[in-house]
Ligand binder design. Structure first.
Ligand SMILES: [Zn+2]
Length: 396
């Protein structure tokens, strides 16, 4: 069940040529106070259908394309040639509150979904109440630990001011029916995902995972759920939920910008760094920074066979992580590089992340620029690579 690749999406059809920023990047991650923008409405064609979105325009390009944020936090990228109408309103843009967000989500979901609100999450689910509560506690703990971790390393991060949306389906089948609309056939390869466009995490009840339920039985109470999911067989499932939840927090606390110029080795390595929860610890998050052994095993095997990618390739381009034949190895190496940088170059890594977060969204820096950004913070690649190999060889 281990997920090989994460479906973290890249912008498609984006108005990237001559993008004119009408809002600063910090506004995209929702952490900056800024004057209320006017509410705009755009109509555009999608697969022969006319679709309407309301929200604030964050970016626009010279061809009339826009990136619009709707009051529930979704980002809509509308290319100029597909837009049939754009109009402005006297009303200011206003975010939905937790109750309104829940109502909006419920209206999109099949009948039978309920809502669990926690401090930072609006969870819509049609599985057991206990499972929704178990998830909200996991997510809240992760978020607290994640934000404390980066604050300590000098990053300007803050807990999201608005609740983050989470959908939990009771079983894999109903999850797939929903996920296919967004991910297509690849939905079947993943047990959960974070969508940069909708800003939602979507997953299904892991205790309903048939192999687990058959073998380990009872899934009723919070205690049953904790016991079941603390079992080694559940580890890759829980790791996937934590991985996707890490993406969501990272894109909503000021550390990363949605549809920003995020190198994939960095976004994915960051999520993999947090993938190692210690579920036996119920009060704190003691899994941060543990060695991610499934990634490490792969990394070491490749290193021994001389199959590691040169740093230039991994850092300069997303290709190795995107291509199915190289993705698993490139993910393992990305974990290793991020692990090394976070552990042995924490301050530089924090500054590097904050600089990437300020780059304009919907742009794709060229390999030379990506390498220059990296070297600015971490220095000469050859020297770093030697230090990387020395430190990583000490892990056992
Ligand atoms: Zn990912």
């Amino acid at each position: 069940m281990t997920k090989l690749r994460c479906p973290l999406e890249q912008p498609r059809d984006c108005p990237r040529h001559a993008a004119v920023a009408v809002a600063v990047a910090a506004a995209l991650c929702g952490s900056a106070a800024r004057p209320a923008a006017a509410l705009e409405t755009v109509l555009h064609m999608v697969d022969g259908r006319l679709v309407e979105h309301e929200g604030e325009v964050l970016l626009e390009d010279s061809a009339g394309g826009v990136m619009l944020r709707s009051p529930d936090g979704q980002l809509h990228i509308v290319p100029g040639p597909r837009m049939t109408r754009r109009s402005s309103d006297e009303r200011p843009f206003e975010w939905l509150d937790a109750k309104q967000l829940a109502e909006t989500l419920l209206a999109e979901l099949p009948p039978g979904f309920r809502v669990h609100q926690s401090d930072h999450y609006t969870i819509c689910y049609n599985t057991t109440d206990a499972y929704a509560r178990w998830c909200s506690q996991l997510l809240e703990r992760l978020q607290r630990a994640f934000i404390a971790h980066w604050k300590k390393r000098g990053c300007a991060v803050a807990a999201p001011e608005r609740p983050l949306p989470v959908l939990i389906f009771a079983d894999q089948q109903s999850y797939l029916e929903h996920a296919r609309a967004e991910l297509g056939a690849s939905a079947a390869n993943v047990i959960g995902y974070y969508s940069m466009a909708t800003n939602r995490i979507c997953m299904y009840d892991l205790t309903g995972s048939q192999a687990l339920a058959r073998e380990y039985g009872n899934r009723g109470s919070m205690r049953d759920i904790s016991l079941l999911l603390a079992h080694p067989a559940a580890e890759p499932l829980v790791a996937t939920v934590v991985h996707e939840a890490t993406h969501q927090i990272s894109f909503n606390c000021g550390l990363q910008t949605r549809f920003g110029a995020n190198p994939l080795w960095m976004s994915e390595g960051l999520a993999m760094y947090f993938e190692t929860p210690d579920l036996s610890s119920s009060r704190s998050w003691s899994g941060i920074g543990e060695v991610n052994y499934s990634r490490w095993d792969r990394f070491v095997a490749n290193e021994r066979q001389g199959r590691l990618l040169p740093f230039e390739k991994l850092i300069g381009s997303d290709d190795a992580l995107r291509a199915p034949e190289t993705a698993v190895d490139a993910y393992a190496q990305s974990w290793a590089l991020n692990y090394f940088l976070i552990r042995w170059r924490p301050k530089q890594y924090g500054k590097y992340l904050m600089e990437i977060a300020t780059k304009p969204p919907l742009t794709e820096p060229k390999p030379a620029q990506r390498l220059a950004d990296f070297k600015k913070h971490f220095g000469d690649l050859e020297t770093l690579q030697r230090e990387f190999q020395r430190q990583m060889s000490r892990i056992d």
